[in-house]
Design a protein around this ligand. Structure first.
Ligand code: R1P
Ligand code: URA
Length: 291
């Protein structure tokens, strides 16, 4: 049943904009680029021919404008899938809830959401400064178990293989797996590497980095790197992809995550120029997105 959504559930500010993003429905495009770093938003929108909207609230910076006839919104998410919960729900509300009646609209809009982020590689042949398109996101974070969603048979069999091959201490994670939009992924092939991306609930121990805190999963990297199921392998990890893919599935949006590889954990290498790697990813991907 379609009931009115209360003021405490969908929070609007004095501008009539959604609470965290501070955006109004007409300030959002149907094609959205998400980036982690708020400072990356102008690095994307500097390629726009015109910018009609600039908003900022907390770590959520949004610019909406045009490249040619294509209207685009770029929004920063900050780090982690807890922020993805906020951003994806508010983007969906902007598109699919009438802010005046507070009712879900009769005709739903399917957004295209493309993450342009950074990531660490888990294979020797996924070098720093390369670009990875995530065929699937495996979530070691705990966002998707809070939602009802369905897996395809392919996803179920990949997830089963993941459970068998990647030993996780009971209670540390409840892995979930969701695939990318195949329609979007099909546009980003030349010059992009495709692989499974693991989304971690942290940057240090949850990505096998030991500085001073001892690791509960010292073999995590080894197990992720060795994972194989048919032609599928794990190429990289980061901190948002599975949450984006998962909420895309829950809310009915087409999502794709693309990363510039800044660290290679097998070769223990870090990019010499992360800004250039990200700038290259933005330019190359915007050429495709704006078509
Ligand atoms: C960690 O440094 C951050 O970098 C990656 C991770 O997912 C995490 O958000 O992505 P972004 O560069 O897009 O933030
Ligand atoms: N972002 C991550 O989450 N991990 C890396 O190693 C690099 C970027």
């Amino acid at each position: 049943m379609n009931t009115r959504i209360a003021e405490s559930e969908l929070i609007l500010n004095s501008r009539g904009a959604v609470y965290h993003l501070d955006l109004k429905p007409d300030e959002l495009s149907d094609t959205i680029i998400t980036v982690g770093d708020p400072d990356r938003v102008p690095e994307v929108s500097k390629h726009f021919d015109t910018i009609e909207v600039k908003r900022q609230h907390r770590e959520f910076v949004s610019h909406t404008g045009f490249i040619g006839k294509k209207r685009l919104t770029v929004v920063s998410t900050g780090i982690g899938t807890d922020n993805i919960d906020i951003v994806l729900n508010e983007l969906d509300a902007l598109a699919n809830i009438d802010f005046t009646t507070r009712m879900v609209k009769a005709d739903l809009t399917r957004l295209q959401i493309i993450r342009l982020g950074t990531s660490g590689a888990l294979q020797g042949n996924v070098p720093v400064d390369s670009y990875v398109v995530s065929s699937h996101g495996v979530g070691l974070d705990n966002l998707l178990p809070w939602y009802e969603f369905e897996n395809t048979p392919e996803e179920q069999s990949l997830l089963e293989a993941f459970h068998q091959q990647v030993a996780l201490r009971p209670g540390s994670a409840n892995p979930y797996l969701i695939s990318a939009s195949s329609e979007l992924a099909g546009k980003f092939t030349d010059g992009y590497i495709s692989g499974i991306t693991v989304t971690c609930p942290g940057f240090y121990a949850p990505q096998g980095r030991a500085l001073r805190g001892p690791l509960s999963h010292p073999q995590l990297l080894e197990h992720l790197t060795a994972f194989k199921h048919g032609h599928h392998y794990i190429s990289n990890f980061e901190m948002e992809t599975a949450g984006i893919y998962g909420l895309g599935r829950v809310l009915g949006h087409d999502c794709l995550s693309i990363s510039a590889i800044v660290a290679n954990r097998i070769g223990q290498e870090f990019t010499k120029d992360g800004a250039a790697a990200v700038a290259g990813l933005i330019k190359k991907s915007l050429d495709i997105i704006s078509r």
